[in-house]
Design a protein around this ligand. Structure first.
Ligand code: NAD
Length: 349
């Protein structure tokens, strides 16, 4: 990793922008990690952090992840990410979104925004009033656009099945027990696909009502957020927030497969090796969760239709297979193998 500022998470970002507007209360960070392959594309997260410095770390780590994700998905996009630091009440106003849109616009297309945690299609419409450098808008004219969540879910589910095939030798998740962390947009799609194929689900969300609603819709069972990472299951699918796999949680895992949509699941680089040493097959997050950005990219560049989006998403299991095969051959853990591949693709290998 390249750390010109002596700050590991900075990892040679091309530029970093802090936005503050007292009038509307916008406090945002826009991180541009790499434009080597094209405009830096990555969603905007709206989240309350106990300490704003955590928001900066999040933006930097998510932005690097987007460079790797876009490169590994074969997209002509660089990587960037924005974080809007919400207050305790998570107050979000149109003025705030317009102000964020103007900040994106000032970058003249170096950064393209879209939805992430806490942001909706309606929010993208507000941002679009101030800048054209936004995707994840309602479908218009063609048949590509809208919420990237369902596309992410499809890619995660296909990647999860590939992991099950490799680790458990099964072609279907029928009868398998999947522990799902989160009951939001991505988790919901994964749960619906898995339940339709006959999987048994355990679901946890900090918002218990959301977990219950998803459990009711999929015949799943709600478990507590404390329980979910230690539950005995065939697959753990982390679909909430990042940094949930660390030395302690990995030691407590009772699953042969970790395959989920959350970004930055590993708290630190060594955690990839820790999973590998425990014989747990890990699907690198930015490879398995590329379905949403594939849709966003096709919408933004207007270079294909829904069937092309589907075809591109169906390529996710092959990329995972490539990583696992190289991991098996070299003895290196899949997360490190994926990082090395991605770094080569963005010219930093
Ligand atoms: P979302 O806001 O719809 O859902 C996230 C859910 O996680 C919420 O219901 C929240 O209450 C829950 N949560 C937060 N902390 C939790 C915890 N400790 N334990 C259990 N649940 C917790 O967001 P989403 O769009 O579903 O995204 C989920 C993850 O997938 C994020 O890491 C996001 O960055 C990643 N991701 C999303 C997309 C996309 O297209 N939406 C694409 C790629 C990656």
């Amino acid at each position: 990793m390249n750390t010109p500022w002596g700050f590991e998470d900075f990892d040679a970002h091309e530029d970093l922008h802090f936005v503050w507007n007292e009038e509307c209360g916008l406090k945002a960070i826009i991180a541009v990690h790499s434009t080597h392959l094209g405009p830096a594309a990555g969603g905007c997260r709206f989240w309350h952090y106990a300490d704003p410095a955590q928001g900066l770390t999040d933006a930097l780590r998510l932005s690097r992840g987007m460079s790797y994700k876009n490169a590994m998905a074969g997209l002509p996009l660089g990587g960037g990410k924005a974080v809007i630091i919400a207050d305790e009440n998570r107050t979000k106003t149109p003025e705030m979104l317009h102000c964020f849109g103007r900040a994106v616009d000032h970058l003249c297309g170096r950064y393209v925004t879209a939805e992430d945690v806490g942001m909706s299609v309606a929010d993208m419409i507000e941002i679009r009033r101030q800048t054209p450098f936004v995707a994840g808008l309602p479908v218009e004219g063609g048949d590509v656009g809208g919420d990237p969540g369902p596309h992410t879910s499809l890619g995660v589910f296909l990647g999860l099945k590939a992991a099950v095939r490799r680790a458990l030798g099964k072609d279907s998740v029928n009868g398998l027990h999947i522990a799902l962390q989160g009951a939001g947009s991505v988790a919901t799609g994964v749960a619906v696909h898995a339940a339709a194929e006959g999987a048994r689900l355990s679901i946890a969300d900090v918002d218990a009502a959301k977990a219950q609603k998803l459990a009711d819709a999929t015949g799943g069972k709600v478990v507590s957020t404390e329980e979910i990472l230690g539950i005995e299951a065939d697959v753990l699918s982390p679909c909430a927030l990042g940094a949930i796999l660390d030395e302690q949680t990995i030691a407590a895992l009772r699953v042969p497969v970790v395959a989920g949509g959350a970004n930055n699941q590993l708290a630190e680089k060594e955690d990839g090796q820790r999973l590998h040493e425990r014989g747990i097959l890990y699907a690198p997050d930015y490879v398995i969760n590329a379905g949403g950005i594939i849709n966003v990219c096709t919408e933004y560049l207007r270079d294909g239709d829904a069937s092309l989006v589907r075809k591109r998403i169906e390529g996710i299991p092959d990329r995972l297979e490539q990583i696992w095969a190289e991991s098996a051959q070299s003895g290196r853990d899949p997360a490190s193998v994926a990082d090395a591949m991605a770094q080569r693709l963005i010219g930093r290998g």
